[in-house]
Design a protein around this ligand. Structure first.
Ligand code: AMP
Length: 272
């Protein structure tokens, strides 16, 4: 595996690759969720490029940019073990100049995650577009865990005519159901236990829907009842395009929840 730090190096290498490239963008502190994306990329492409970059433009003032877990050495080992060909780890000054061309995410970026974090998705799309331009992937791998991000990236690829296949990847969970996240390290022991109610509530909602209860109100109530002791920021039931639903549409529905534990926001969702 080769570690790349500069744009010039990456561009030189990219020129020499004529076979398929699988790309996995991450912010590091790699866990089994990231690893599942990398493994899929490894299976489906000749060359695999992973990036690790904690992108400042997607953090709002006061968010955890400085505290965001950084585990460069462990991450390098994981990428090596997963047989990554190139690991791109740029500095902030490598990725950004003082004044930048900006990307404006569409209106649906200002609901749900974008309501809590206005402007967040502008930063996400900006960095992902830069990384796409550098790596020119055949396939790029994104987790369903960040469902709204995935949907906006799919829209960017479509709107900007980028010749890239976006591959959505299933959520990887701990054996007890908690969705893996780099931010789980912020949880205390009690919070970690309480957090189990998040996936539990989603599973209960799914079994309710399996019994043909399609009323969004009823499904939301079941989720809220299960998480009644938690600080629930939102529960949303949307179609795959992120339009709010009143009636659950099997095979076209995503149920999303966000729960706060102090300053930590945990996201989870389930695709129906
Ligand atoms: P991040 O490092 O948080 O920016 O995540 C990098 C990629 O890994 C994104 O596409 C995420 O959606 C994906 N990801 C994060 N956690 C999980 C998980 N538990 N299961 C599957 N994919 C995940």
């Amino acid at each position: 595996m080769e570690i790349i730090k500069t744009i010039e190096q990456l561009q030189e290498i990219r020129k020499t690759i004529s076979s398929s490239v699988g790309f996995v963008p991450t912010m590091g502190a790699l866990h089994n969720g990231h690893i599942s994306l990398i493994k899929k990329a490894r299976e489906e492409n000749d060359i695999v490029i992973v990036s690790i970059f904690v992108n400042p433009t997607q953090f709002l003032p006061g968010e955890d940019l400085d505290a965001y877990p950084r585990k460069d050495e462990a991450d390098k080992k994981i990428c090596q073990m997963c047989k990554v060909d190139y690991l791109f780890m740029p500095d902030v000054t490598t990725m950004y100049t003082k004044e930048e061309i900006l990307i404006k995410a569409p209106n649906k970026s200002y609901i749900l995650e974008g309501k809590a974090r206005p402007g967040h998705f502008d930063g996400v799309l900006q960095v992902v577009l830069k990384l796409f331009n550098l790596t020119q992937p055949t396939n790029a791998y994104f987790g369903k865990k960040d469902a709204q991000q995935l949907s906006l990236i799919q829209q960017m690829v479509k709107n900007l005519f980028l010749p890239i296949n976006i591959v959505p990847c299933d959520i990887v969970r701990e054996s007890d159901g908690l969705a893996l996240s780099s931010r789980n390290v912020y949880l205390s022991e009690t919070q970690r236990k309480d957090a189990l109610l998040i996936s539990k509530s989603l599973y209960l909602a799914t079994s309710l829907i399996a019994k043909k209860e399609y009323s969004v109100e009823a499904v939301k109530k079941r989720i809220l009842d299960t998480m009644s002791n938690l600080d629930v920021e939102y529960i949303a039931i949307v179609d795959r395009e992120f339009n709010e639903l009143e009636i659950v549409e099997p095979k076209n529905t995503i149920i999303l929840v966000v729960v706060r534990f102090g300053n930590t926001r945990l996201l989870d969702n389930i695709w129906i």
